[in-house]
Design a protein around this ligand. Structure first.
Ligand SMILES: [Fe+2]
Length: 392
């Protein structure tokens, strides 16, 4: 996130004396990625960000992963996941695992209660708000989010999610950093003219939170599991910060689709990249305008990736007749050639607009199934192209 931002009060020169009205020094903190060799932010705290008074191990309810074996294309219905099935009712401890591999974990949460303060030290998180709205309070300030918003939370950002009513969240937890595709950025980090979105579409925190409190618990996810620190003072005590590393929001409706005379491949929809995965946004758009074009995709074998499509709006043309609806997830793994449902190619000829919204994650290593996915699988999906399967 190389777009420079400045919020609240900061001293004119970095690493110089900066004092509160009572004369005490503010505590300066550098949040930096890749050691001191990449993007960073300098934050100024009223209290020491290092002062912990307790640390305890917390049980992890992520569960185990099940291999996709026998290898199958699969359909999962997140619309069947309910708040009461979760271990907790919030967007952090209530997450249920859908999929995972060594590079990422994908989870779902139906949030109805405030989350604890939380920090993921393993990697960046990308939240997609499917429905509802929430305020995400962070050490940098607050972000108001609603359906269709992506939120990028850099590694080790302390935050909590306060839903307004019920919010359904699709959560990608990376083991590294998530950002815009490098091919859309200049060598200095500015969005280029051919990018489907740019800095004007990114929204960051606007003012400090300045919370007060003592003995404040913060849940930390790290490589070994979960630890709960107790901080002597509230971590949201930042009076100001500046830099190029901070959480930001992007509305999927601000993604400008790239279209063509004939079918454009999925990379035109790419919105983010992370370690060994990409995230794409399929948005309502005019489609192929060659007089003989076939607007839905051709059959394709993604030999190096598993393709996970989350259907969040409209009516996905290529999947009509498959049982897929809003909230559905389709998993088309490497080793299985996938394509439109029977009749979809013919039916799409002459259509000039697709009213569909979907969030796709392509992973470069196979995804395994988490407990939540197993619980909401539609067992018939694999046989929808032939119309018959085992036992039929
Ligand atoms: Fe595909």
């Amino acid at each position: 996130m190389p777009y420079y931002r400045r919020v609240g009060e900061i001293p004119r020169k970095r690493h110089t004396q900066f004092r509160s009205p009572d004369g005490g020094l503010y505590a300066e903190e550098l949040m930096g990625v890749e050691g001191f060799s990449s993007d960073s932010a300098l934050l100024y705290h009223r209290h020491l960000p290092t002062a912990i008074v307790d640390a305890e191990v917390v049980a992890d309810h992520r569960g185990t992963l099940t291999p996709n074996h026998p290898l199958l294309p699969r359909h999962f219905r997140t619309q069947d996941l309910k708040a009461e099935q979760q271990h907790e009712a919030d967007a952090v401890t209530g997450r249920r695992t859908l999929f995972g591999n060594n590079d990422l974990t994908i989870a779902f949460a139906v949030a109805t209660a405030p989350s604890p303060l939380y920090r993921n030290a393993v990697g960046d998180e990308l939240l997609y708000v499917q429905t509802g709205s929430a305020t995400i309070e962070t050490i940098y300030g607050a972000l108001d989010v609603a359906d269709g918003h992506y939120v990028v939370l850099p590694t080790s950002t302390t935050y909590r999610v306060l839903p307004h009513g019920e919010a359904r969240l699709y959560v990608i937890e990376a083991t590294g950093h998530i950002g815009p595709p490098k091919r859309y950025l200049s060598s200095k980090g500015q969005f280029l003219e051919h990018a489907p979105y740019c800095e004007r579409d990114q929204r960051g925190p606007a003012e400090p939170l300045l919370a007060e409190g003592t003995d404040v618990p913060v849940l930390v996810r790290h490589r070994a599991g979960l630890t709960r620190f107790t901080y002597a003072n509230h971590p949201f005590d930042v009076v100001g910060w500046d830099g190029c590393l901070y959480p930001w929001v992007f509305d999927i409706r601000d993604f400008e689709p790239i279209t063509g005379r004939v079918h454009q491949p999925p990379p035109v929809h790419q919105t983010f990249e992370g370690p060994n995965f990409v995230v794409c946004s399929f948005c309502p758009r005019k489609v192929d305008y060659h007089p003989e074009s076939i607007p839905v995709p051709y059959n394709h074998a993604n030999v190096d990736s598993d393709e996970l499509m989350f259907y969040v709006g409209g009516n996905y043309e290529a999947r009509k007749g498959s049982g897929i609806g809003i909230g559905s997830l389709s998993l088309h793994p490497s080793g299985f050639t996938h394509g439109p449902q029977p009749g979809a190619a013919e039916a799409s000829i002459g259509v000039d607009y697709f009213d569909e919204t979907a969030v796709m994650v392509d992973t470069f290593r196979p995804l395994e199934l988490g407990e939540a996915a197993v619980s909401c699988e539609d067992q018939g999906y694999a046989w929808t192209w032939s119309g018959r399967g085992p036992g039929s």
